[in-house]
Design a protein around this ligand. Sequence first.
Ligand code: NAD
Length: 349
Amino acid sequence: MLKIKEIGAKGYEKVIVGKDSAAGLHAVIAVHNTVLGPGLGGIRMQPYRSEKEALADALRLSKAMTYKAAISHLAIGGGKAVVIGNPQKPKSKKMLLALGDMIESLGGRYLAAEDVGFYCKDLDVIAQRTKHLTGASPSMGGSGDCSPSTSKGIIVGIQTAVQERFKTVNLTGIRIAIQGIGKVGWPLLEFFHSLHAEIFVSDIDPEKCREAQKRFGVKIILPPQIHKIEAEVFSPCALGGGLNPKTIPGLGAKIVAGGANNQFLDEKKGPSALMKREILHAPDFVINAGGIIHLFVKEILKKEDLTPWLLKIGGTLREIFRLSRLEGTAPLPIAVRLAEERIRRKQSS
Ligand code: NAD
């Protein structure tokens, strides 16, 4: 039987832990902020070592979703679900249905979507128990996988960062190191291959690396070395925390611009450490907003054309880079400030 326990977390509207031993479910859902609208965010599955570790990830990720929606001018808030488990193993229907009940228990305050380890087909099963989700298959009335839109937004962001750092809009022949070639990283690989870029790739999944090498002739780099590659762009598209005191001193690129959420292990010290090294960082929750834009525009606004929304990512980044130059402050704290200002304005209106 599903048991749901509420946990108090300062600064968060609602955090619940759900357990159903018979169904094999152990999950946390964090709703950070719903001032702008219901807390939308993907479901992540990882082999977390403890509930504490899962909770910490849910809190960090749901807050980033609030900022992502606010900075992208979307009428939604931030939430996230994390499920403790091995994403490589097939998920049982019982587990997915129990998760659906857990999402339903929040009454629409949290809108689910896919994230690392979760796919459209999983959402299709969850949809049997709750309507509070986005990104189910088109045959089920959803807008499908939003990852290609995330990748498109990242491409806009990389173009903007290259223009800021190198004063050119030409990406042809650029050197790019991509960490993680999953749903977000793979379309980047395809795009940069079409521009005759020099591409370096790492993934912990050897099968994906073999496929990338076979199809695109990319250079495969061992995962612990990818950040060191001398390139114009390092694009983290795996998990968070990749920018940390161990990796920052060895970064080989002039720009960090990728899809991973919460890229800095230490969001206080990390951004300025990167800035001191004259490495331009495109804040993660700005550049990777394409997926949430896709879900919002297609499923909440019921519109088709994402292009103007995705292009706005470029405008937002330009403004952040301008303020960063003007104030001598790293881009991430500026992006946080702009997002928080937007929420405060809405709260006081
Ligand atoms: P995914 O699971 O499809 O792909 C992640 C890839 O990274 C996998 O191929 C995995 O094997 C690889 N990986 C894991 N650890 C690695 C490591 N240490 N070194 C190299 N590779 C590693 O996930 P995704 O949907 O592509 O998401 C990637 C990142 O982008 C995540 O941080 C996710 O939260 C973020 N994100 C995704 C979306 C989306 O639309 N899918 C939207 C916004 C943000």
